[in-house]
Ligand binder design. Sequence first.
Ligand code: NDP
Length: 295
Amino acid sequence: MTVPNCDGTGGRAIWMDGRELARTMLAELAGQFAQLTTDTGTPVVLAIVQIGRDPAASSYVRAIVRCCDRVGVTPRLITLDSDTGPSALAETLHVLDDDSETAGIIIQYPLPELLARAVRAHMPPHKDVDGIHPLNAGLLALGDPSALVPATPLGGMALLHHYNVDLEGKHAVVIGRSPIVGRPMAQLLLQAHATVTICHSRTRGLDEITRSADILAVATGRPRMVTATMVKKGATVIDFGVNFVDGQMVGDVDTEPVAEIAARITPVPGGTGPMTNVMLMQNTLAAAIRQRPQD
Ligand code: NDP
């Protein structure tokens, strides 16, 4: 894939570079974690819970560990057997809740629905750094800034802010309504005063709706499903997709042709992907600060 001109000339979109923003934010976070560790005298611990040994999940876990290393967070890996049941998972979460050193907990998805339900029921909300507990989802829906918000949509919003995209009063269309990407992204755009439309697999007239979007955020898991004819000239396109086609990582947007129409676009790889773990670290910092012992 060729890189579009970053100055927006030549009819090509500005590339919203997640790798560069991630580097900057990780350096800032490293300073903030160092300060917190000095103040409290204890390192910040992030518990990473993986059930089974799925290679894709293991690769995500390694990426989180690398990110922890870069900011000075201590990762605590907990690998449970693939036949772990809901009560054993609940017990693990209770132990981590009682552990005062553990500031945050992240569980690797996907999980079978029975286990996902156990996580929602037993995740301590104040350590829920991926924002999956119903309390955090509810606070987000209420527009309460104390919510811990899923990291992936937070990364999309950080890119929009970094590139000074005006959201107020703009029409933002989100394709996808999952609890970890589409739905919270729509809530965040609403909080930023955009007028938000949420689309999903039963939406009728999708193309017509997306063509009216000033901001188009896509989280469908369908490789390259958003084509150039679905995008308004000058729109900003946020692609959350991570798909593998013939061994190549591609997004949910057909990036090259869409970059000819849009004003700004996130590449895949290198757009929203690198931001997710940065925002996970930011959430871990927020959770650790809130749990810091008071004098
Ligand atoms: P889900 O499968 O949970 O949700 C997909 C959503 O897309 C659903 O709401 C579904 O609708 C909708 N959808 C599917 N097909 C269509 C279609 N043809 N037209 C309109 N809507 C459609 O996926 P996730 O939200 O977990 O992930 C979405 C994408 O984001 C994936 O590519 C995933 O890999 C990526 N991802 C990236 C992360 C990152 O770090 N950047 C982290 C997490 C995910 P319905 O509800 O009706 O089924």
